[in-house]
Design a protein around this ligand. Structure first.
Ligand code: ATP
Length: 285
């Protein structure tokens, strides 16, 4: 038996770090939204209990370090399942980009195995399972637009953004979140107005959304990688109505209402960095 799952990328519309907790995690407040750029996950049921993994991307591990592999292992162990799975990942989401690719692959494996083996686990339980794997995995279980608090494991669904286009641009560097978070000084960084972003989503107010989007981690990433700040500036100069870094970077997401403008921004940035995409945020119907 074979089963397919889409594993879409996420971008942040806000990301705030409130403090460091005693368990070592940071207390965050982040608004995330799913975009229509997705990895394709193939799950092949195998009888002998093994987990096998392969991908078509040289920067993604083909072994137990892959977050999708770990998701399958956690799922099998938690529910004491004896079947095995071959996971094949076709990567479309840029790697180490702040777009949650690994987390989304892991979430897709949890959803997919639940379906393939008819285990009947609720979404709430999958979210709990996902939180063991990484802070972005719980959001990726549900997708669409949500507020994540705690260390990302508490998910509250929000209204979908107003219709618009998002230009994603990634400079030719990879950034690991693990290297950025330890450098956060919550007293020194500028905090985005999360509540105002939530309001602009509820009101479907595009201009207000563009005005309030923000990411506290820019204060850490920009001084370390000035090219990321330059890319954000360039995104705004070429016509984006609002722009921010996603996750810990380096991808910059620029928002615009019209496709013709998105295309102009895309053309303006293509010579500047190697990966540029025009995507849309997904609307929960
Ligand atoms: P992070 O916040 O963890 O840095 P990200 O969204 O910026 O996440 P990812 O594309 O998820 O970036 O990759 C982060 C790291 O995880 C990379 O070093 C990559 O090799 C590793 N990784 C493990 N599994 C996967 C996967 N399924 N897809 C992509 N990267 C993976």
């Amino acid at each position: 038996m074979v089963l397919f799952e889409r594993a879409p990328a996420k971008i942040n519309l806000s990301l705030d770090v409130l403090g460091k907790r005693e368990d070592g995690f940071h207390e965050v407040e982040m608004i995330m939204t799913t975009v229509d750029l997705a990895d394709r996950i193939e799950l092949y049921d195998i009888a002998d209990g093994r987990i096998e993994i392969s991908t078509d991307n040289q920067y993604v591990p083909n072994d137990e370090r892959n977050l999708a592999y770990r998701a399958a292992l956690v799922f099998k162990n938690t529910y004491q399942l004896h079947r095995g799975v071959r996971i094949n990942i076709r990567k479309n989401i840029p790697v180490s980009a702040g777009l949650g690719g690994g987390s989304s692959d892991a979430a897709a494996v949890l959803r997919g195995l639940n379906r393939m083996w008819s285990v009947g686990i609720s979404e709430a339980e999958l979210i709990e399972l996902g939180s063991v794997l990484g802070s972005d995995v719980p959001f990726c279980i549900t997708g669409y637009t949500a507020l994540g608090t705690g260390h990302g494991e508490k998910i509250r669904t929000l209204a979908s953004p107003p219709p618009c286009y998002v230009v994603l641009a990634k400079p030719n560097i990879g950034i690991s979140t693990r290297h950025i978070f330890p450098k956060v000084n919550t007293d020194a960084i500028s905090h985005p107005q999360t509540e105002a972003v939530i309001q602009s989503l509820a009101e479907k107010d595009f201009d207000k959304l563009c005005h309030h989007i923000g990411n506290a981690l820019e204060d850490v990433t920009f001084p370390l990688y000035p090219e990321v700040k330059q890319l954000k500036d360039k995104m705004l100069q070429t016509g984006a109505s609002g722009a921010m870094m996603s996750g810990s970077g380096p991808t910059i997401a620029g928002l615009t209402r019209h496709f013709s403008k998105a295309k102009r921004i895309y053309n303006g940035l293509r010579g500047f960095c190697n990966e540029v995409h025009i995507v849309q945020m997904l609307d929960r119907r």
